[in-house]
Each structure stands twice: as structure tokens, then as C-alpha cells.
Design a protein around this ligand. Structure first.
Ligand code: SAH
Length: 349
């Protein structure tokens, strides 16, 4: 099938197969990106208007027991300066965030055994008690179904767990043998079954990734129908096995944002910090390509530089309020408007 036919099918909301997605990816060009972005923007506007939802990101620990080859806070990264926030510090980030208009808090961290299921349960309960009108999103990696159930019971609404890649062989080239593709997918299914709003996603341009690999991710997204999809370029991190690899590109990330918006018009799609890191206007371009979520950092400024998943991460020096002011102006510059709302997904099951 030729690329125009695939594009038209995609815009009409018809299913595309792996070969079709791979063809679209291989055909990447400024013209194709512009056509897809225009259609994606239109679909996004039809569902969400010009609203851009904000989520306050609290990076509460950079200790991690895992050793993902790409990640700057992997256990084996000796140069990472480790930190943990206390429950009181986390709650104070939420209080500050609430004042600024955040109604979703995302607790993200490494897989840190100090934060036992009970500790996280208590934190979720405390946040929901202090801010019953807010959504709590967890992003703390792979756990047994019982643990996810415990946190759901405590009031957690959403869970972000990027699938990282839907290709088993590629998954194994990005992770050590102790981690498995099957368990990652098991986690996503369990989260879904427990009633979480679920976010998956992948890095763009991870070492060894091919058009076919990304096509497989798109087919997975098309069938799993997550409420949220987080994608951003891979960016090498120092002192990791991938420190000398090439970063993913702005262009491919933008193309994929548009394709994902067209696959799932109701999806919540962030213009990620990684996208803002590889280009000074990356997040704005992400919104123009179909993204409708931004996740500014609410972590205390003293720890921000330490949550270094990759090198040269942006917004590590600003106070939360400055960060939001700057972001609001950026979003308005591309016709978007920040809204004060939980911003739940409009995806129908
Ligand atoms: N421990 C949690 C949170 C991981 S950090 C979990 O397992 O879900 C959040 C995301 O950052 C990861 O899922 C990964 O896709 C992304 N990430 C990690 N290292 C990166 C890098 N070097 N470049 C770009 N993104 C990276």
C-alpha cells in the first residue's frame, strides 16, 4: 500500500497493520509530518479543545534496584548521587503544586526497596486525604498484582509504566537478563484489570531500534488502547552502557506523536521533558504535533539535577512556580491553554 493510502486510512480511524506502520515510518519527510500533524491537531481539538493538561511530577527517589542499560539512575551507575524524599517532603510538594493549580500528582521513582508497598500506600492515602479533588498517578515500575491492588485501594487513580518496546528481542537488548518482556506486559495487563487509567510508551531512537520495532509499538498501542502514552527521544546518559550511543531525533518523535494521536484520538499524550531537552522548542512542537499534556517538575530544586535519567535534562534549576510560568507562555505561544482540572482520559473502553 502506498503511504498516502495508509495516511488516509489512519485519519479515517481504520486499523493499520505492522507493515503499514513500518512503511509510514520509513517514509518520514517534512511533508508527511506536516500532513499528519495537521490531522492530529484537528482530532485532538475535537476531543479536548485547546486544553493542555498539566501534571505535577514528583521524582521522589532515584535509588533503583534495576539495571536498564539506557537509564542514568540504574543501580550500576556509580556517579549517580542518590536521594529520597520523605513523606513530609512529598506532601509539601503537593501542597505547593495545589496552590499553583495542579490537580494531578505523579509520583515517579526508581524501584527503591526502601519504599515498601506499605510506605507507598501511606503516601497515596495521605495525598488523597489532603487533596481529595486530585488524581494520583504512580510510576514506580514493576510489582506483583497484589501490590498494585493495594495502591489502587489506597486511592491511586493512574499508573505510568512504559512498555519500553513491544519487541521481545529489542526489549532484551535494552535490559539485563533479570528483567523480562513478559513481566513488563503482565504488569500492564494487571494494572488495566485493576481499573487504573494506564499509560504505556517507549523511547524513540533507542540503540538498535528499527522502523519495524516502532511499528510493533504502534500495533501494540492500537490494540491495548491505553489512556495515556508517554514517548520521548532516547538521550544517552553518562556512565551507562549506552553513553556513547546516538540520541533519538526530534523529527521521528514528532511523527510518532501525530500517529499515536490519530490511532487514539482521546489519548492523553505528553510533550515530554526529553523532547524539550533535544530541542529548545521541542515541547511546543510536540503540542503542534498532537500532544496535550505537560508534566512540569514539582520536585524540590535541591534534588532535581540528581534525577538524571539522561544528560542535560531541562528545568532542573527553576522553582515550580517559575517552571509553570515559563511553560504557560510556551503553551500559549502555540495556541494552547493550561487548565486547572484532574484531566481524566476521555477514552471509552
Ligand atoms: N522506574 C519507573 C520509572 C522509570 S523513569 C519505571 O520503571 O517505570 C521513566 C522513563 O524514562 C522510562 O520508562 C524510560 O522510558 C525513560 N528513560 C530512561 N532513561 C532514558 C534515557 N536515557 N533517555 C530517554 N528516556 C529515558
Amino acid at each position: 500500500m502506498d503511504v498516502n493510502a495508509i495516511t488516509e486510512k489512519l485519519i479515517r480511524g481504520e486499523l493499520i497493520d505492522e507493515a503499514g506502520f513500518a512503511e509510514l515510518i520509513r517514509a518520514d519527510s517534512p511533508e508527511l509530518r506536516a500532513a499528519l500533524a495537521g490531522a492530529a491537531r484537528e482530532k485532538c481539538r475535537a476531543v479536548y479543545g485547546n486544553a493542555v493538561h498539566i501534571r505535577g511530577l514528583i521524582e521522589f527517589t532515584n535509588y533503583c534496584k534495576n539495571n536498564c542499560f539506557y537509564c542514568g539512575i540504574r543501580a550500576g551507575c556509580k556517579s549517580a548521587e542518590r536521594y529520597r524524599l520523605s513523606e513530609e517532603e512529598i506532601l509539601s510538594c503537593c501542597r505547593e503544586g495545589y496552590e499553583l493549580g495542579f490537580r494531578t500528582f505523579v509520583l515517579q521513582g526508581g524501584e527503591d526497596p526502601f519504599f515498601t508497598p506499605e510506605r507507598i500506600e501511606n503516601i497515596v492515602r495521605a495525598i488523597k486525604k489532603a487533596h481529595p479533588d486530585c488524581a494520583v498517578t504512580l510510576s514506580v515500575g514493576e510489582h506483583p498484582k497484589e501490590v498494585y491492588a493495594l495502591w489502587k485501594q489506597a486511592g491511586a487513580d493512574r499508573y505510568l509504566l512504559r512498555h519500553e518496546t513491544a519487541d521481545k528481542a529489542h526489549y532484551e537488548s535494552l535490559h539485563p537478563a533479570e528483567m523480562s518482556f513478559e513481566n513488563r506486559m503482565r504488569c500492564l495487563r494487571d494494572l488495566r484489570a485493576l481499573g487504573y487509567q494506564v499509560g504505556c510508551g517507549m523511547m524513540v531512537g533507542s540503540p538498535g531500534q528499527m522502523p519495524e520495532t516502532l511499528a510493533r509499538d504502534l500495533v501494540f498501542i492500537q490494540s491495548f488502547r491505553p489512556e495515556m502514552v508517554g514517548i520521548g527521544p532516547f538521550i544517552p546518559a553518562k556512565d551507562t552502557p549506552f553513553e556513547s550511543e546516538k540520541a533519538g531525533t526530534l523529527e521521528m518523535t514528532l511523527l510518532l506523536l501525530s500517529v499515536i494521536r490519530l490511532i487514539l484520538p482521546e489519548v492523553l499524550l505528553p510533550a515530554t521533558t526529553a523532547l524539550g531537552t533535544i530541542h529548545p522548542r521541542g515541547r511546543e512542537m510536540g503540542i503542534l504535533a498532537g500532544a496535550n499534556v505537560c508534566m512540569p517538575n514539582l520536585s524540590p530544586v535541591s534534588v532535581r539535577k540528581k534525577y538524571a535519567l539522561y544528560d542535560n535534562k531541562i528545568c532542573t534549576g527553576d522553582e515550580a512556580a517559575q517552571c509553570l510560568g515559563c511553560l504557560g507562555a510556551r503553551i500559549r505561544s502555540v495556541g494552547g491553554e493550561i487548565v486547572i482540572a484532574r484531566g481524566d482520559s476521555k477514552l471509552k473502553p
